[in-house]
Design a protein around this ligand. Sequence first.
Ligand SMILES: CC(C)(COP(=O)(O)OP(=O)(O)OC[C@H]1O[C@@H](n2cnc3c(N)ncnc32)[C@H](O)[C@@H]1OP(=O)(O)O)[C@@H](O)C(=O)NCCC(=O)NCCS
Length: 215
Amino acid sequence: MDRPPGLCYRSGTMALRIETFSGSALSPMLPALSRLRMAVFRAWPYLYEGDPAAEEDYLADFVRAPSAGLVVAFDGGDPVGCSTCVALAEEDAGLTGPFATIGVDPSRVFYFGESVLLPAYRGQGVGVAFFAAREAHARAVSDCDYAAFCAVVRPDDHPVRPPGHVPLDAFWRRRGFTPYPGLMCHMMWREVGMADEIDHTLSFWIKSLHGKPLP
Ligand SMILES: CC(C)(COP(=O)(O)OP(=O)(O)OC[C@H]1O[C@@H](n2cnc3c(N)ncnc32)[C@H](O)[C@@H]1OP(=O)(O)O)[C@@H](O)C(=O)NCCC(=O)NCCS
């Protein structure tokens, strides 16, 4: 199946190129994308203390996964944002298991991983373009019924929640996603300033790609 083409994106005075990559074309970018993920996820709400080697291992899985797409935003030659997606069936049991428990065959779901964009480039439509490019990729390489992603759950009274922080919920709803009540997964990571990894709960959001009713 054909992959969607790259697109050039211009917002105000800022000209960015947004392109979807798969397979070995990604390999040369892994160090830069690892640094990008670590920089963005260090902030609220992820508070992730990244490890460069673990990051590159994580991203290398997308190089190996036949269905994976990585959407990269470039300012000139520099990656300033990226967004991942892969058929859920190619993910591990921690992600496929919750869908099996609600009777959804994981092979019907395309998993949207993270989106990260350096703060200087936010609020100008790149995040919207990341969703559009991932949906185009999912439709091009699969016939999955649903797209789904998960987001970390933080208590309202979390001690380092930034005052006035605006959650992305409304942004995700406008992309057509709906939270699936009670559908959760768990991921371990070390937070900034902590010695050990701790368990995090993430809740799934889902969207129908071809009009099939949501489960
Ligand atoms: C999530 C993230 C990638 C979103 O990126 P972004 O580029 O700031 O998002 P956008 O600018 O596309 O969208 C934000 C809003 O600005 C609007 N917007 C502003 N200027 C725009 C323009 N020139 N063209 C199009 N849309 C524009 C968008 O329409 C959108 O509003 P909407 O939801 O009402 O449609 C970014 O906030 C980020 O990296 N956050 C930290 C990491 C994170 O939490 N990731 C998500 C979970 S993995």
